[in-house]
Write a protein that binds this ligand. Structure first.
Ligand SMILES: [Zn+2]
Length: 318
């Protein structure tokens, strides 16, 4: 156990950083050289000397690393907690943003309708990250879902995300951008999207929707029946049940559920669920993709352009 359930095991060094690091003395000292503002100059003997500062990856507020040099009693490893004051040169305290810093500040269930009060620095950065890294976002979602989305489909997801102001959702942080994007894009039709016919998802679609077929290139299309006719079918995917939990060993665990369903005309509550999968967020993977050197990164500027087209003007708003 590392203190209370509000403790976090990650930090970043600058507000401008998008990613985060797991707390380790070696890396923290290498990154700061034990200099201000992380190690403020204080009168000798001040307890602050033993607990340097950093920035919360979730809300850009100042945090304090506890136990880096001396573990408190009953604590087995260093952890970070939100500071209750500004740290000059590092980060100003913003209590409203801190209150929204789930899961690190107050882990709690988020109502899908709960939103930050305004487009603050974090929400703006979430938007910028989503736009500039949109090809990575898509890559991760395709890996997690087994669906290859068309640009048209992605544009619809982006438009829905914009309409629902997903970037203001209180469960959105700088580290869960790809998954909250999907979570806040509501239900979307899977028609003409690509799946592997031999995958569990592909098999579930073929078994559950008699009017659907998967063509040679993997597109979900109409089945041409023996009489030569095709019939309309409805097949959608949605992402539900975003959860955040602090695990004593693994730190923050975030998940959501992917659900594929077919509305057969009986109403949504009776729509059969064809496929369901729990998706565990992998922020470290996202961070690795962002950090790839340019010569090794396979970027998709066409996807970034779509995201910029749909969301770009929001970043300009005052
Ligand atoms: Zn925070």
């Amino acid at each position: 156990m590392s203190g209370t359930r509000n403790d976090m095991d990650v930090y970043k060094l600058h507000q401008s950083d998008i990613g985060f690091q797991t707390i380790s003395k070696e890396e923290f000292e290498a990154g700061t050289h034990k200099n201000p503002p992380w190690y403020p100059e204080t009168e000798s003997g001040s307890p602050q000397e033993q607990s340097p500062y950093a920035v919360c990856p979730g809300c850009d507020n100042p945090i304090q690393i506890i136990g880096l040099y001396k573990l408190p009693k009953g604590v087995t490893r260093p952890y970070a907690r939100h500071a209750n004051h500004s740290v000059p040169g590092l980060a100003d305290l913003d209590v409203e943003r801190r209150a929204c810093c789930c899961p690190y500040y107050q882990p709690r269930p988020h109502h899908p309708a709960s939103r930050r009060a305004r487009l603050d620095g974090v929400a703006r950065k979430i938007l910028t990250t989503l736009i500039e890294q949109f090809d990575r976002v898509v890559y991760l979602l395709e890996k997690d879902t087994g669906v290859r989305f068309s640009r048209q489909h992605l544009r619809k997801m982006l438009t829905t995300y914009r309409y629902w102001q997903g970037y203001l959702y209180t469960g959105a942080t700088l580290t869960n951008v790809p998954w909250i994007f999907a979570y806040m894009s509501n239900a979307q039709s899977l028609f003409n999207q690509r799946v592997d016919a031999d995958s569990d998802l592909g098999k579930a679609i073929l078994a559950g929707v008699p009017d659907a077929n998967i063509d040679a290139r993997g597109h979900i299309v109409n089945r041409v029946h023996a009489d030569g006719h095709t019939r309309f079918f409805q097949l959608s995917v949605c992402f539900i049940h975003h959860t955040q939990a602090m695990d004593a060993d693994q730190g923050l665990i975030e998940t959501m559920k992917m659900r594929v369903f077919s509305d057969t005309g009986l109403g949504l509550e009776k729509a059969p669920v064809l496929f369901e999968k729990v998706i565990a967020f992998d922020p470290a993977y996202f961070q690795n993709l962002i950090g790839l050197p340019a010569d090794r990164a396979k970027r998709r500027p066409d996807l970034v352009a779509v995201a910029r087209d749909v969301l770009g003007d929001l970043c300009d708003e005052a």
